[in-house]
Design a protein around this ligand. Sequence first.
Ligand SMILES: *Cc1c(COP(=O)(O)O)cnc(C)c1O
Length: 368
Amino acid sequence: MRDPLLLTPGPATTDIAVKAAMLRDWGSWDDDFRAVTADIRRRLLAILGPAGRDFACVPMQGSGSFVVEAMLGTLVPADGKALVLMNGAYGQRIARTLRVMGRAPVVLDTGDYLPPTPEQVDALLHEDAAITHVVVVHCETSSGILNPVEAIAEVVARHGRRLLVDAMSSFGALDLDPGRIRYDAVVASANKCLEGVPGFGWALVRRDALEQGAGNAHSLSLDLFDQWRHMEATGQWRFTPPTHVVVALAAALDAYEAEGGLTGRGARYEANRAALVEAMAAIGIRPFLEADVMSPIIVTFRCPKDPAFDFPTFYQAVKRRGFMLYPGKLTEAETFRVGCIGQVTPADMRAAVAAMADACAEMGVHLP
Ligand SMILES: *Cc1c(COP(=O)(O)O)cnc(C)c1O
């Protein structure tokens, strides 16, 4: 039997070509590997479109949170002040990261299911002239909510402040054209919408902002400026790169470009989400969020109300049928999540819903 499909927000199911790319060993100092690094940096920047020419791509070892921390530490100076727009676990992590590095943030917390509004951000920036940066999560993966980055960017620019975007779970599938949306930096990682494997992330940073970040970082290994300068000078990563993961991303980018890049990948995820929500509605399981803020990345569903429903049992029953779901991450409602990203199709989503219906029947859960 094949491995279960990962219906999670990453690591996601990868293509066989991505796995196969990891079967060779590479010298991190060698010209061939340097060429791979230069190639992925160029292709990641190209995803931003022509306005990406003002940006630099700085890869960073570690999971996505490492590059978020590197962005905050390098771009928010010690005497700066960040406003964090929070509506889930990843916004909370950003606020906590800033506190740990001694750069206490101001927080706008809109709870689990509401996006921050441009009016709220406008009022806070009006009130507090000391705020230098605003940090927003594009798709808050804990619920799948899509935050209005474009409208927020407009307000932040009007106030002459700087915007930092955590687009970890949306980069490559949802548009963040800096020609339209003004921001200083966006971060993402290899194992989400680009369908690589976990091990590194990258920051795409406006070159002038990166230069101004010299000497800001609270950490040597998470210093984006230092990593950038070293990479520009030598073509190498400062410290040991995850060689196999980098080569796997190059293969993942081949598949991405062949699928039509941002447009093609975004359209497949939209189709996955539509197939999922429609098939779930047919078995009486409803999404937690309103349709207008629901992303095509991951969907949160309300657990069936039947007392016979138990998520761990349901999870195992669905896994035996070939699909791995994701637990909910909300405090106020019983939910679970289904990811739409990775090498999966609308047909896979419909098969997953059939497996969920089967699992409910096996558990004696009555669906309306
Ligand atoms: C995945 C993700 C991260 C990074 O999480 P890691 O577990 O460190 O890879 C950060 N922000 C968002 C919105 C994410 O979805």
